[in-house]
Design a protein around this ligand. Structure first.
Ligand code: F6R
Length: 251
C-alpha cells in the first residue's frame, strides 16, 4: 500500500474551504449525470467549518443538495434526537437546516433504538448504504484514541455498523459538552471500519497540536486494531487534510 497522502495547510480555515470545494464538485458532477451523491458525514469540532462553507455555497452560489443522500457515522446511545448533545441535533444545526436536502435523504443512527431492535437496525443501516450504491465520499475526524466514527481500539477491520462501548478517553474528551463525564453516554452506534473503508473516497480532517501524536501513529505506525484509524492505510483513495499543528509530528 502507498503511504497515506497528507496535505498540510497553514490553517484549518483554508483547509476546510478546500475540502468543501471537493465535496461541492462531487455533488455537481453527480448532478450533471442525473445521479445521487452519497456522502458519509462526521460530527464533532473538526468538520464544522466545512459545513459552514457548504451552507455558504448553497446560499450564495446556488449549490443544491437535492441529489445528496447522507449517512452519518455515529450517534450516542441512548440519545434523544431533541437533545442538544445529539449528533442529530448537531447535523441539523450545522448543515441540514440550512440547505435543500430532502429530509428523507438524511440518515443518522437512531440513539433511541432498543437493545432488542439494534442488531436488525444496524444491518438495515448497512443495507441502505449499499442499496444507495455505497458511499461516494466519507468525511472523517479522528479521536485521540485513534477512533474513526466511534470505532475504538479493538475494532475489527471487517466490522460493520454496530453498538460499541466508548473508550474512557473519548468520554473525557466529550465531558465538557455534557457538563461532566457522568452525563456522557457509555455506548454509541457507529458505522464499522469496513463500512468506512468501502467508501470510494475518504478525507480525514485533523486540526491542532492535540491531534499530532495520533496523526503520527495513524500515518506512520503499523496497522493495528489498537489504532483503528491505521486501517485507512489499506485504502487507495484517502487524504489526511491537516493544519500545521496536527501535522507537526510527522517525519
Ligand atoms: C464524530 C466522529 C468522531 C470524531 C472524533 C474527533 O461523528 O465520528 O470520530 O470525528 O471524535 O472529534 P473532534 O472533531 O471533535 O475532535
Amino acid at each position: 500500500f502507498e503511504k497515506i497522502h497528507n496535505v498540510i495547510f497553514e490553517d484549518s480555515n483554508e483547509a476546510s474551504i478546500r475540502v468543501a470545494e471537493e465535496i461541492a464538485d462531487l455533488i455537481r458532477k453527480k448532478q450533471a449525470v442525473g445521479k445521487n451523491c452519497v456522502l458519509g458525514l462526521a460530527t464533532g469540532s473538526s468538520p464544522i467549518r466545512v459545513y459552514e462553507e457548504l451552507v455558504r455555497m448553497h446560499k450564495e452560489e446556488g449549490l443544491s443538495f437535492s441529489n445528496v443522500v447522507t449517512f452519518n457515522l455515529d450517534e450516542y446511545l441512548p440519545m434523544d434526537k431533541g437533545n442538544m448533545q445529539s449528533y442529530y441535533y448537531f447535523m441539523h444545526e450545522h448543515l441540514f437546516n440550512h440547505v435543500d436536502i430532502p429530509s428523507e435523504n438524511v440518515n443518522i443512527p437512531d440513539g433511541k433504538i432498543t437493545q432488542g431492535e439494534v442488531v436488525d437496525y444496524c444491518l438495515a443501516y448497512e443495507k441502505k448504504i449499499k442499496d444507495n450504491g455505497g458511499l461516494d465520499f466519507q468525511l472523517l475526524g479522528i479521536g485521540r484514541t485513534g477512533h474513526i466514527g466511534f470505532n475504538e481500539p479493538g475494532s475489527h477491520r471487517n466490522s460493520g455498523t454496530r453498538v460499541i462501548t466508548l473508550d474512557h478517553i473519548t468520554r473525557v474528551d466529550a465531558a465538557p459538552a455534557f457538563l461532566g463525564i457522568d452525563n456522557v453516554p457509555r455506548k454509541a452506534i457507529t458505522m464499522g471500519i469496513a463500512t468506512v473503508r468501502n467508501a470510494k473516497r475518504i478525507v480525514l480532517l485533523g486540526w491542532g497540536h492535540n491531534k499530532a501524536e495520533i496523526i503520527k501513529d495513524t500515518v506512520e505506525g503499523n496497522i493495528s486494531s489498537q489504532v483503528p484509524a491505521t486501517y485507512l492505510q489499506e485504502h487507495n483513495n484517502v487524504t489526511f487534510v491537516l493544519d500545521v499543528g496536527a501535522g507537526s509530528e510527522l517525519t
